[in-house]
Design a protein around this ligand. Sequence first.
Ligand code: UD1
Length: 418
Amino acid sequence: MQIVVEHSEALRGEVQVPGAKNSVLKLMAVTLLAEGEYRLTNVPDIADVDTMCDLLRALGVQSKRVGTHELVLTNTGNITPVAPFEQVDRIRASINVLGPLVGRYGSADIAMPGGDDFGSRPIDLHVMGLEAMGATFELNRDGIRATAKDLHGATIELKFPSVGATENILTAAVLANGVTVIDNAAREPEIVDLCNMLVDMGANIAGIGTDRLSITGVKPNQLHSTDHEVVNDRVQAATYISAVAVTRGDVFVRGARAEHMEMLINRFSEMGVGITPQQDGLHVTCQDRLRAIDFATLPYPGIATDYKPLLVGMLAVSDGTGIATENLYPGRFRYVDELMKLGADVRIDGHHAVVRGVEQLVGAPVNAPDIRAGAALVVAGLVATGQTIVSDIHHIDRGYDDLVGRLAGLGARITRRS
Ligand code: UD1
């Protein structure tokens, strides 16, 4: 499968932002915590959801899609806390079954997590937090085995606000004895979404949306299933905004939430993108060539590392030189080689990328190295002359719900071919 992108005119119209991959996979994992039927709505139609369904099925939770954007998950209480390698290896978020399994069933055997291959992705903070609550870990070549007789509350200070570690400590703490405090917790909108679903299930969580979460454990019989609408995907929203920006278009991005993207919107504005929050979305316009800026990735509310390939793609056609600094994943510049095949002028220096804007990108065959970088190459292809053929699009399909259809709906000249 490939995505073929032709040079496109200004994008116009309206696009709907789907639910967030980085939320739905975690929401699915917490169905392990309590028996019952869960109805998730605004579920993105992406491959990672299917992979998570496979993993949950192996553990004992059944799932059924209703239409394209609804998912019903059923936990009948018959859970085997062993996560097989075949599913775990395919997505990073599979590590999110660790907290619920240890918290609810007292043990978890998990093959080491997979997902996007951008450098080392340790889980020491997950382990440290759960150990502080009384869990013990054996690490071996195949994965991890965690056991806990009775988890107890603890005060845990994360040396870095890791998204995954915050989630696993949080989901284990929901059923621990006493109070768990997570200091320097990650506070991404997707974590707020997870907290909200847990509270609806009967969990007791204070400090939601702040960097200090306080969780008072409840008894297993106090937790119950719930229905939940997945928060919209700020990274997919940013993808459409960047596509409008490079093509100098005029689009209403329905479902994009300004309060989840404040810092990014400020940077886009500095580049010359007009963004006006309206009820239920953002009106995005761009008339002139973009202006180069410098930016650095940081944990939320900073500029997310997932936005970076999009911003680097925008800098590639901006007026001037911009420096992108990666503070989270040192290896996350590999896609730059692909962007350079389109004529981008980028020099990597340690964890900085120096991008000199060019007047015109040139279409070429490229490979999608991961989800976000793949999308950024598609967006760049919109303003490259001729044809850009993006291969390895299974990466894009992991996290983007009909990227091609949504861009085509805005007038982009883009198709999929097998
Ligand atoms: C999540 C997102 C990913 C996003 C990232 C940062 C999912 C499925 N993935 O990944 O798209 O790019 O947040 O916003 O939601 N770290 C440690 N030790 C740990 C855990 C993390 O050193 O135990 C480091 C990592 O190596 C990395 C940084 O912390 O440098 C961020 O990792 P983390 O916030 O945990 O990201 P993920 O949850 O893996």
